[in-house]
Design a protein around this ligand. Structure first.
Ligand code: DX5
Ligand code: ZN
Length: 223
């Protein structure tokens, strides 16, 4: 079974409480997109919103940092209630900070640590971090906006990562997919080897959210 992580970016901000309570009942993880308008051309929400959500959410908070200098903000998001934090490999390298030390920083705060990559970054760039990261967030759209179309080549990227994890005898690192997941493709993404499926519009912006829950939770080959 794969895990469903609804993305709050697509929630109704005037009824956030209602949407968080729904996620508590039907989902496994709550995905929170933090954007700074620099690493990505969009601004979302920050620490106070994550902190408020943490008082209501009963499922782990997965903070996806799409910001430059993620190392500067990891401690405040940890304090705000994150259980998992991912940062973009591109953002770390562009800022001149090492992904290794950023993973260590997240771990030192007692959280699960993930590395994210956009669709134009080779999946092999993540291989050096196998055994260090708890999860890899392979973007299935370019980071920055909800409501984009799933990039089909992501399925090959999942297979490549799954194969490498197998080759290294690693069965604990999770693969998270984010962007354009919907009721039509969720099942094949989960069967393709994804462990966590993020879905924003297809959950909070759709009357068919129950079908997404079912598709993600159905039994998959990867177990
Ligand atoms: C995109 C975000 C995604 C987004 C997913 O930059 O990282 O998490 O909220 O939204 P949908 O499911 O609508 O593509
Ligand atoms: Zn995200």
């Amino acid at each position: 079974m794969a895990l469903l992580a609804p993305s709050v970016l697509a929630a109704d901000f005037l009824h956030l409480e209602r949407d968080i309570l729904w996620a508590n009942e039907h989902a496994d993880i709550l995905h929170l997109d933090v954007m700074d308008g620099i690493f990505v051309p969009n601004i979302s929400f920050g620490v106070p919103v994550v902190q408020a959500i943490s008082t209501l959410s009963t499922i782990p908070l997965d903070v996806h940092l799409m910001i430059v200098r993620p190392d500067r903000y990891i401690p405040v998001f940890a304090k705000a209630g994150a259980s998992m934090i991912s940062f973009h490999l591109e953002a770390a390298l562009d800022s001149g900070i090492s992904a290794d030390s950023t993973l260590d920083q997240i771990h030192s705060l007692g959280l699960k640590a993930g590395i994210a990559i956009d669709p134009d970054v080779p999946v092999a760039d993540l291989f050096p971090y196998i055994g260090k990261a708890d999860y890899f967030l392979i973007m299935s759209v370019f980071a920055g906006f909800g409501g984009q179309k799933f990039i089909p080549a992501t399925l090959d990227r999942i297979a490549t990562m799954r194969e490498e994890l197998k080759r290294k005898g690693n069965c604990s690192t999770l693969i998270e997919i984010d962007g354009g997941v919907n009721r039509e493709n969720a099942s094949s993404i989960a069967r393709g080897g994804a462990d966590i499926l993020v879905a924003g519009s297809a959950v909070f912006g759709s009357p068919y959210r129950d079908e997404v829950v079912e598709a993600v939770h159905e039994n998959t080959l990867s177990g």
